[in-house]
Ligand binder design. Structure first.
Ligand SMILES: *[C@@H]1O[C@H](CO)[C@@H](O)[C@H](O)[C@H]1NC(C)=O
Length: 549
């Protein structure tokens, strides 16, 4: 949690921080590894890929060069990653360190595991972002001197020299804890934030900022509506969820079209973070069916009384927002979880990973890290959808992230439950980066994409050539995934499209040729780079990046 400038609740929040600090020596024992929740289970494997990244990544995004932008906040004092060549950051508006020779962003390269420091000037704390059509990461807001900033990072191959750029254009309203979603018109909508009950567009293209009654109405005593869940639906409306409520929103006319039913259970957004995905869209029904899944969260009150260590939510809710009368279908996860990340896998399953069993978001507000990821199979019958997977031994609580890599692994970074870099026993600032290999990477031969056009137009027919050592039992799936901006347990802009495929045809070279078609429009997939995976017998290939415009 942050020390906010605007909230009338700051006194109580500060008092709670005080209580937590006083109580910390007693509480930390609850967080010793022996009392973390580990369920005996199988499936998947963990590897520490970087022992000391030097920064704890609060925001993480995979670029179309396959390297990964790690981004912490600047206003956090020195990190353990020096800036190169004697470069320092002299920012008189930084409250923690006005002369700072350490990096707060870095570029990580999977495989070589190199971490290259990046330079960022203004505070990016609790910011938001999206990749735009040309592959540039557009990152918005933050705190203090970064509150209204718009920054860009135009990615490059590892070994080249790309870096952050602070643009001259500002947000119309400062935004801290907002969510972004790339839109069919090539701009991103930026929704909400602390004390910001509006949406705006980046670039604005003449538009202003627009009041969102949902955000005002869901602003409860804990402000449980930061980092709202925002999904672009296949009818070009937005699904926006905050706290326990959601709407259909016409972004072109800035009109709330419909209020959906309240989800059962407690709040689901920061500081009571659950997470959310839109389940895969499919060519099989002409992209018509959109279904939203929200899992976990905290009990109301957990943030206001962090000493209580209230139990996290164990429920997930599923809803069809475009149905005539949408209703929540509820189900139970194998264990309670808040601050979980939900990641769409190339196999059209959902991985729920990271988080804790008690408390809420906020510095030192959680206990009982959940070390087991769970796999959710949306296509199976209720009651059979969850598998508990192999545990890590590294707690990933507040300010941790998870991202799908093009090689099919999940990159797990960050976790900092403290105001500064603090290596005390209670969930120390976590500088290790791990990769989790889901069970599909140990499930037999992997297909390999050997030929695919790199650039695709909407609706374009094309052929993908796949090498595969076994005979596929059914069709070889071709699934397209965007690279989201992941922070605070929510992957902004994440979507999975299951393309329509012809039957695999043997090629002279001994592989398979699969006829398919690019997504029909920017509503189904806003222009940009995406990862194309071939999936055979439940095993995904490595991704090929395609540029769809
Ligand atoms: C955490 O939540 C569990 C329920 O899942 C509860 O039994 C326990 O008392 C809570 N508090 C702590 C500190 O573990």
């Amino acid at each position: 949690m942050g020390l906010c400038k605007v909230s009338g609740r700051v006194d109580r929040i500060l008092f709670n921080i005080f209580l937590v600090l006083v109580a910390q020596s007693a509480i930390w024992q609850y967080n010793s590894p022996g009392l973390q929740l580990v369920v005996a289970a199988g499936g998947g494997s963990w590897e520490v890929v970087v022992r000391n990244a030097g920064i704890a990544s609060m925001h993480t995004a995979v670029t179309h060069f396959g390297n990964v932008v790690l981004l912490d906040r600047t206003n956090i004092g020195p990190s353990l990653l020096p800036l190169p060549n004697g470069i320092c950051r002299d920012n008189h508006r930084d409250q923690a360190s006005k002369h700072d020779c350490t990096a707060h962003s870095a570029l990580y390269t999977p495989g070589t595991n190199e971490v290259r420091p990046l330079f960022i000037f203004t505070d990016t704390w609790c910011s938001s972002g999206q990749f735009r059509a040309d592959g540039t990461l557009v990152q918005t807001g933050g705190n203090l001197d970064g509150f209204s900033k718009i920054r860009t990072f135009t990615p490059c191959a590892s070994g080249e020299d790309c870096n952050w750029v602070e643009t001259e254009t500002n947000l119309q309203q400062g935004r801290w804890y907002a969510s972004n979603q790339q839109l069919p018109d090539g701009t991103a909508i930026v929704v909400g934030g602390r004390g910001a009950f509006t949406a705006e567009f980046v670039p604005a293209n003449g538009r202003g900022q627009y009041h969102l009654p949902l955000l005002t109405e869901t602003n409860d005593a804990q402000n449980d509506n930061f980092y709202p869940f925002v999904h672009l639906l296949p009818n070009n409306r937005l699904y926006i969820f905050a706290n326990r409520d959601s709407i259909l929103y016409n972004w072109e006319q800035q009109i709330t079209l419909k209020r959906l039913p309240t989800i059962p259970g407690g709040p689901r957004n920061y500081p009571s973070a659950g997470s959310s995905v839109m389940l895969p869209l499919s060519a099989a029904d002409d992209w018509a069916t959109a279904e939203i899944l929200i899992c976990g969260g905290s009990e109301f009150g957990a943030f206001m009384d962090p000493r209580a260590r209230l139990p996290a939510s164990q429920t997930c809710g599923r809803i069809l927002p475009l149905a005539a009368n949408p209703e929540w279908a509820m189900e139970n996860m194998p264990m309670r979880r808040n601050m979980g990340d939900m990641i769409l896998l190339p196999t059209r399953q959902v991985l729920i990973i990271n988080g804790a069993e008690n408390g809420s978001q906020g510095w030192g507000f959680a206990s009982n890290a959940v070390l087991n990821p769970v796999l959710y199979n949306p296509a199976l019958a209720p009651g059979t959808r969850f598998d508990t997977l192999t545990a890590t031994n590294i707690a990933r609580v507040y300010h941790s992230t998870a991202n799908l890599l093009p090689d099919g692994r999940i990159l797990v970074a960050g976790s900092n439950s403290h105001e500064f870099y603090t290596f005390s026993p209670m969930f120390p600032t976590e500088l290790r980066i791990e990769a989790f290999s889901p069970p599909y990477l140990a499930a037999g031969a992997r297909p390999a994409i050997v030929a695919v056009p790199g650039a695709l137009g909407y609706g374009q027919n094309f052929v993908v050539e796949v090498e595969y050592a076994a005979v596929p039992r059914g069709d070889i799936e071709l699934n397209l995934l965007t690279a989201p901006y992941v922070t605070h347990s929510y992957a902004q802009g994440q979507r999975l499209l299951q393309l329509g495929v012809g039957a695999p045809v043997r090629t002279a070279a001994g592989g398979y040729a699969i006829a398919t078609r690019a997504p029909p429009s920017a509503v189904i997939l806003p222009a940009g780079y995406a990862m194309l995976f071939a999936v055979a017998n439940g095993v995904p290939s490595e991704a090929a990046w395609v540029h769809v415009t």
